[in-house]
Design a protein around this ligand. Structure first.
Ligand SMILES: [Zn+2]
Length: 209
């Protein structure tokens, strides 16, 4: 069985788990936590720990390795026109695609999450608010809409939590309504015993001011 894919989007984490390892071989070629490229492994497992029961090998390839995407009308240019199209993607994704880098989305469940999503918008942009986190005062939500939190207490080493509002009435941009992230709280290397109080202070105790 052969699979070919790019970093990012649906399937990123699955391919990392089965073929690539916990870190990006392009960024960290000497890491113990990668599966070495061009090496056959017999112990691959899926995300839930089930054995793959087939050998697995990661064969990295870059768009500069070949000219398979050359325009038949302009073979001399090789893949250059295709690479220019890649560069139309968001800068971070374009870089990941060009370099074959798997780090950008590492450990990320929602690979569509993009902190820079509201940046570089044209001045005449008239679409919805694209920020990933929109404060309550600026989001088109009401206090009586259902709110919820999600948290990962991080096995004592770091914590992350989101405070969300679900879900706004349908509109032209979001025919199923939209879930807004109103607050985010991330702390690296923090002390777990202090976390519940900090979580309550930020998310649950009403803001009085
Ligand atoms: Zn990388």
């Amino acid at each position: 069985m052969r699979l070919a894919t790019n970093p990012g989007n649906i399937g990123h984490s699955w391919h990392m788990k089965v073929f690539i390892g916990d870190e990006c071989p392009h960024c960290k070629p000497n890491s113990e936590r990668i599966k070495k490229p061009f090496t056959i492994y017999d112990d691959a497992v899926f995300g839930d720990g089930t054995r793959v029961n087939h050998s697995a090998e990661f064969i990295p390839g870059r768009v500069t390795d070949h000219t398979l995407f050359a325009d038949p009308e302009n073979l001399a240019a090789g893949n250059a026109p295709y690479i220019r199209k890649l560069e139309l993607q968001k800068p971070a994704l374009a870089k990941a695609l060009k370099e074959g880098c798997w780090a950008q989305f590492q450990g990320q469940y929602f690979t569509c999450w993009d902190e820079a999503r509201d940046q570089d918008l044209p001045n005449d942009y008239r679409g919805p608010d694209l920020r990933m986190v929109i404060p309550f005062a600026e989001a088109p939500v009401e206090w009586w809409y259902p709110h919820f939190t999600g948290t990962d207490w991080g096995v004592g080493s770091s914590q992350a939590a989101s405070y969300l509002c679900v879900r706004t009435p349908a509109d032209g941009w979001f025919p199923n309504g939209r879930v807004y992230v109103l607050k985010e709280f991330c702390r690296p290397d923090s002390y777990i015993d202090e976390y519940p109080a900090e979580f309550l202070r930020r998310f649950v105790i009403p803001e009085l001011d």
